[in-house]
Design a protein around this ligand. Structure first.
Ligand code: AGP
Length: 613
């Protein structure tokens, strides 16, 4: 999704804007642009493609000055082109605007403005905003802030805006409604950005703007007003992340770094929420576990990878607690007439906390009186602020677009939550809790073992990466692992991949099996009948000459007679095995993508934070 950076201060704006935009590249984009004020006039440079193209353009035709705004655009209205790239200007070139989100009534506004003489250049929804502000300035608004406020009263939809104007040449204005935007406070300088990592290293504190806020950043400070014009005070929160946290630390990509960070992330979560005597006690968790006893059911809603985490959460909560749990994709749930009441707990899962569909699902559930719990990786995000309770996954900034450490942290969050709820409800005994915690504590070391075998996984990926398609199969706890393994593969290697519940094979997909299609079968040993069933499913594939790649428990001799290739992982308790197994599949996808030469950290068409519906 689009990325925004703005700067107010004494330095040259362009290098700072470009630096910030580079750090937002992970959000996904197809064109970029910057605008600055120099000698009371607005200067703009834009380019399609990567930021390096914009840098080349700026090298050939430099612009300099301050303040400034910059933008990376992920096309929604109008193709990726220079004309459609932001910033957009009003007719007199006095106002420049960058925007993330969608102005839903832009056609209506555009027609109105065109009827009064405005000339539009682009196909974007954004361009109505500078024209609307200019219109309001020409029609009685007493100053720029008032014009922005009046303009935004007419706009419907979602927006984060950065605005520059020759009317106040020292300021950047910012407005937020439904799309993320923060204000960063540095040493005699101020920033706006879509996300904190964009400006890490230059700021000491952050103001998280609320929906409806309009902020004015000037050398003298930051002021914020509400849609009715009233001034509000927004507290600045100290920044605890350091710039180093957003760097690659020597790995060839952010994704590989983040895959390797997983043992540390999970150990930290265990250290935080498990006491030295091996009892789960959720720290800083503001949903009384006693309240969970009064619930009739739990509904988990999320998108993409976070949805797979939710599927795992459902199976785990059902197995460790007596709760009735269901899951739904947030994009489906928000339009469903689900029967909900105050005895339903809605658990949303999101690394970014800004996913438009997940936010809408949570808002819809809140309207129906449900309690809401967010499992989220982004402190200060909209989801965390709008939910009744939050479980922070604390995985640190995830820059690779394909989610890895945020996912395993979500699985760990569900594991800790399920044990805590199971104990609080009396569904599991104190000694069962001790057993579970002991096995959960073994997970980070098991992941280290998987990471140590990456060269073997790379060799397998190298052998199978060039086919057109692959299939991922799993059952029970590892059915979501199969879906997530397939999603990782398609996201970064662009190889078509399908995840399936292995028991469903004979109901259709088995028709695909031939001697070319790689089938990744997750068949780690379990304490119940699932392992035997999975072996039977693999035999069915073998009988049809399927190319089986098994993900199996160390020393499982059964596999050698069935699989062409085997990725061994350490033994883990059934219900925690997905946290270990997925790491092997992340590496498999990673090295397939590597062999196929894709842009791993920034896969085509994807965005890290999906802030539009
Ligand atoms: C993850 O690899 C994906 N890029 C995507 O499916 C993601 O999980 C989904 O968009 C949800 O995002 P969220 O966790 O920020 O809500």
């Amino acid at each position: 999704m689009c990325g925004i950076v703005g700067y107010v201060g004494k330095q040259e704006a362009v290098p700072l804007l470009l630096d910030g935009l580079k750090r937002l590249e992970y959000r996904g984009y197809d064109s970029a642009g910057v605008a600055i004020i120099r000698n009371g006039q607005i200067a703009v440079q834009k380019s399609t493609g990567r930021l390096s193209a914009l840098e080349d353009r700026l090298h050939r035709s430099p612009i300099s000055g301050h303040p400034g705004i910059g933008h990376t655009r992920w096309a929604t209205h109008g193709e990726p082109s220079e004309i459609n790239a932001h910033p957009h200007l009003d007719g007199k070139k006095h106002i420049a605007v960058v925007h993330n989100g969608i102005i839903e009534n832009y056609l209506e506004l555009r027609q109105k403005l065109e009827s009064t003489g405005s000339k539009f250049l682009s196909q974007t929804d954004t361009e109505v905003i500078p024209h609307l502000i200019a219109y309001e300035l020409d029609h009685g608004a007493k100053n720029l802030l008032e014009a922005i406020r009046r303009a935004l009263q007419q706009a419907r939809g979602a927006y984060a805006l950065g605005i520059l104007s020759t009317d106040n040449p020292n300021a950047v204005y910012a407005a937020r409604h439904g799309s993320p935007l923060i204000v960063g406070i540095g040493d005699e300088e101020f920033f706006i950005a879509s996300d904190v990592p964009a400006i890490l290293g230059r700021i000491q504190s952050v103001i998280y703007l609320e929906d409806g806020d309009i902020a004015c950043l000037q050398p003298s400070g930051v002021s914020v007003i509400r849609p009715d014009g009233a001034t509000v005070t927004r507290d600045a929160v100290p920044v605890t992340l350091n710039a180093e946290a957003a760097e690659r630390a020597g790995f060839e990509t952010f994704m590989l770094k983040e895959i390797h960070e997983q043992p540390r992330v999970l150990r930290n979560l265990l250290a935080r929420h498990v006491s030295p005597d091996n009892r789960v006690s959720l720290r800083d968790f503001d949903l009384p576990l006693g309240d969970i006893q009064k619930l009739d059911r739990v509904l988990i809603t999320s998108c993409g990878t976070a949805y797979h985490a939710g599927m795992y959460g459902k199976i785990l909560l059902e197995s460790l607690t007596g709760l009735a749990v269901e899951t739904d994709l947030a994009s489906e749930f928000r339009y469903r007439d689900a029967k909900l009441d105050p005895r339903t707990l809605i658990i949303s899962v999101s690394q970014s906390g800004e996913t438009a569909d997940t936010l809408a699902a949570v808002r819809a559930a809140k309207k129906r009186g449900c309690k809401t719990l967010a499992i989220c990786n982004a402190p200060g995000s909209t989801l965390t602020r709008e939910s009744d309770a939050v479980f922070f996954t604390e995985a640190g900034p995830e820059i690779g677009v394909a989610s890895t450490k945020a996912y395993t942290a979500q699985l760990m969050a569900f594991a800790l939550l399920a044990i805590a709820v199971g104990r609080a409800r009396g569904d599991i005994s104190p000694s069962e809790e001790l057993d579970l915690v002991r096995d959960l504590r073994a997970v980070p070391d098991a992941i280290v073992y998987v990471l140590d075998r990456k060269e073997h996984i790379k060799a397998i990926a190298g052998k199978h990466h060039d086919g057109p398609s692959s299939l991922y199969l799993g059952r029970k706890f590892n059915y979501p692992t199969a879906l997530e393994g397939a999603l990782k593969n398609k996201e970064i290697s662009y190889q078509h991949a399908e995840g399936y519940a292995a028991g469903e094979m004979k109901h259709g997909p088995i028709a695909l099996i031939n001697e070319y299609l790689p089938v990744i079968c997750i068949c780690t040993k379990t304490a119940d009948e699932v392992y035997e069933k999975m072996i039977s499913n693999m035999k069915e594939l073998q009988a049809r000459h399927g190319r089986i790649i098994a993900l199996a428990t160390d020393d499982d001799a059964n596999m050698r007679a069935i699989a062409e290739d085997i990725i061994y992982v350490p033994a883990a308790r059934d219900c925690f095995s997905p946290i270990v197994n997925i790491v092997a599949l992340q590496l498999l996808a990673y090295y397939a993508a590597h062999a196929r030469g894709t842009d791993i950290d920034k896969p085509r068409n994807l965005a890290k934070s999906v802030t539009v519906e």
